[in-house]
Design a binder for this molecule. Structure first.
Ligand code: GAP
Length: 458
């Protein structure tokens, strides 16, 4: 399948089946915003649950946080975001439309890695790169991506605030609160899932580059001398989780980011890139932030942001260094859709299915009566549905259309199992369980069905 086709098919399926809708669609949309529909929300929640289970609940060294999106503007002055959180912008000299200069360079088949805005201006001239409308481009300059707002009734500059561009800073400014309230032992991490906002110059590629996005981030605090081994450890942890949720690992590449291309706070970064239909691009990042953030906030706020290690030979006081695994939730949804979208023929008919892992699929099981006008079948299937739903939560009752159509519909949204109550069930207290990927069917006793699925979902 052509990559462009695949992307169109994914976008269309996502809308048609209630995964992802354009933001504010009935008013013509708002660029860079998308709304998650009923199935997309379930999918996103399952991803978050899996992330929390692996990185928080199964560990003893991780603390959760849910910090405010609006923060004192001094947070962003101290970290350098006000001065440095920017992308290179260039303007079409005829239409005045604005573009990301590095994207235009890449779209023309060149690499923009390591180029400063001045270098890009030169490069664009030298290679005669034009805007998508075929016009000359202006000088490249930095454009700050933070979304500004005013807090309260006052209009003066003291009221300026920013919608956070990363969830990370909520963690750093609460470092002391977590230390004082939880007394964690080194090394430890603080994890947070939440929205972040970036005024991207050109949001594009569906939910890949958004202006409102969701991140799952960990700031892992370590002794300065131990950062390297922790960096390697987190690289492995990230890859393990990616595989466990069903990302196509053949499409995943970890890329060391060079000196000129890292974020201003990072001394080492690995990007986990994914082969999307529109190219190989960032999915997640792993950064060594050193003591950059804690030191900047300590200087700017006058607070001591340090750790006191009470060892046997006395106490050691130091500013912890930070390893940061950062996951974009929307990009995870996209990469999972790309990884799981499949077309094949079943029973001589073409079909589309999402081969999502059962723990990630929006619905784990669909329950049906073979015929919806037979009260005995309907009653039995509703009883079974109630039992399965109260045990597994995301279970759906589906009696629309004939059984073949129901299978196709559930395949298309990735439901791994369909359970059908038929006439035989009335005799032998068994049901048919149909497997999504292979289409195989087996009979399972109703009294064994809970254990049967428990084994599948663990
Ligand atoms: N705290 C570190 C940080 O924010 P980042 O590489 O700028 O690092 C982390 O962002 C992750 O957030 C990315 O790897 C990506 O998954 C996601 N992300 C960043 N910008 C995004 C955007 N405009 N739209 C969707 N996801 C985005």
């Amino acid at each position: 399948m052509e990559n462009q086709d695949l992307m169109q098919k994914i976008v269309s399926l996502a809308k048609r089946r209630g995964f992802v809708f354009q933001g504010s669609e009935i008013y013509g949309g708002l660029a860079g915003t998308y709304d998650y529909g009923p199935l997309g929300t379930l999918l996103k929640n399952n991803i978050k649950d899996s992330w929390l289970r692996k990185f928080v609940h199964s560990r003893t060294d991780m603390y959760l946080l849910d910090a405010a999106i609006l923060m004192n503007q001094n947070v962003w002055k101290a970290t350098g975001h006000v001065d440095h959180f920017s992308d290179p912008l260039t303007e079409d000299l005829k239409t005045n439309k604005r573009y990301r200069a590095d994207n235009l360079i890449e779209d023309n088949g060149f690499s923009a890695l390591g180029l400063t805005p001045a270098d890009m201006t030169e490069f664009i001239k030298e290679k005669n790169i034009l805007s998508p409308d075929g016009n000359k481009l202006g000088e490249v300059r930095q454009f700050n991506m933070m979304l500004q707002t005013k807090v309260g009734a006052s209009e003066d500059s003291a009221a300026t605030s920013y919608l956070r561009p990363e969830t990370a800073q909520g963690i750093f400014v609460n470092f002391k609160n977590v230390l004082d309230s939880m007394n964690p032992k080194m090394p430890f991490g603080i994890a947070q899932i939440g929205k972040a906002f970036r005024n991207e110059i050109t949001p594009r590629d569906f939910i890949f580059r958004l202006r409102e996005l969701e991140q799952m981030e960990i700031e892992y605090f370590v002794k300065p001398s131990e950062w390297e081994k922790n960096f390697e450890y987190w690289r492995d942890e990230i890859l393990e989780w990616m595989e466990s949720v069903g990302l196509d690992m053949k499409k995943v590449h970890d890329v060391e980011i060079g000196d000129g291309d890292r974020a201003h706070y990072s001394a080492r970064t690995i990007d986990f890139e994914f082969e999307y239909p529109f190219g190989q691009k960032e999915l997640y990042g792993l950064a060594y932030r050193g003591d950059y953030d804690l030191s900047k906030h300590a200087d700017a706020s006058g607070q001591k942001l340090q750790y006191v290690d009470q060892g046997e030979e006395g106490s050691e006081v130091f500013v912890p260094h930070v390893i940061e695994p950062s996951f974009g939730l929307d990009r995870t949804v996209l990469a999972l859709l790309v990884s799981s979208y499949k077309e094949d023929n079943m029973g001589d008919e073409p079909r589309v299915y999402l081969s999502l892992d059962p723990k990630i699929a929006p619905y784990k099981i669909a329950v049906s009566p073979l015929l919806k006008n037979k009260p005995e079948l309907v009653e039995k299937s509703k009883n079974l549905f109630g039992k399965l739903k109260s045990e597994f939560g995301n279970v759906v009752f589906d009696d629309n259309g004939n059984i073949g159509k129901r299978y196709r519909r559930q395949d298309e949204i990735g439901t791994p199992f369909c359970v059908v109550v038929d006439f035989e069930s009335l005799e032998d207290e068994s049901v048919t369980v149909r497997h999504r990927d292979s289409g195989e069917q087996e009979r399972v006793k109703i009294e064994e069905i809970l254990n049967y699925f428990k084994a599948k979902f663990t």
